[in-house]
Ligand binder design. Sequence first.
Ligand code: ASP
Length: 340
Amino acid sequence: MKIKTTILLIALSLTVISCFKKVPEEPGRKAEFGLVIHGGAGYINPDTFTGEKKQKYISKLKEALTKGSSILEKGGSSLDAVEAVINILENSPLFNAGKGAVFTAEGTNELDASIMDGKTLNAGAVAGVKHIKNPISLARLVMEKSPHVLLAGDGAEAFAIEQGVELVDSSYFFTEDRWKYYLKVKKEREKKNISFAKENRDEKYGTVGCVALDKHGNLAAGTSTGGMTFKRFGRIGDSPIIGAGTYANNNTCAISCTGHGEFFIRNVVAYDISALMEYSKLPLQKAAEKVVMDKLVKQGGDGGIIGIDKYGNIAMPFNTKSMFRGFMLDGKEPVIKIFK
Ligand code: ASP
């Protein structure tokens, strides 16, 4: 009788203890497949960014999301979706990537891009290319057809020729809007006698990125950019730096960044979010917020990120006024947002 009571008491206390024990947060599956995109963070004024202009951006972002989602829906890979989505945004003059890239202080265009496969942790990137229409596709070739991760400048373009990639004349990247903005910045800098290093808050960063989860559970991330307006020639930002602007790991998440690149490099932002998930067991949203809304804000690092984890949870925090962003999960309606 006494033994029975003791056993009962032990069982009861174990039940009570287990009720109070903190159960680690295990995110539930949100989607079987899906993707998130960004078209750059920045300081767009919601009062003037309206009407037809706004609609153009929204429909281009929707087109890109729909394309990526259809690839994933058919069982295509997250890498294929990321590349196809970024190609659409690179070919549009609206974004600072491919056609529409911003100008360096010398009035030239130098493009950076990177892509990463979360399944194999393989990655490819190109930096400072001047004649590549779709830098993200060249980054993928670096990943798949070379033993390297990052190729820069002339070497990257020589590799492109070897791979049968057609080079474009540098005039391909000229767009009226970017040129006007370049001239405006140039005038301001000359007037105030400031260098790029001292003041470089861009109105609109406009870089593009995509992260995706496919039906096979594989994550991928990619980023493509013209960099920052009035950058020094030869300056390379975070976008082609694996771990800084782009990172993907099937165990954690896929991340693409946009913002003031130097801060993203110094803080290894994309990898930092993945590391917080891996080592501190933070869910994606909390890890992303810690880095973007806390760490970067304290340092004055403008920008934002998009992320997706293996369960289809997504995050899109940014500490600027605006960030073109959107997502599409399980082939449902695409969602586009620009302001908070
Ligand atoms: N992060 C990019 C860079 O610093 C710029 C951007 O996101 O628009 O080159």
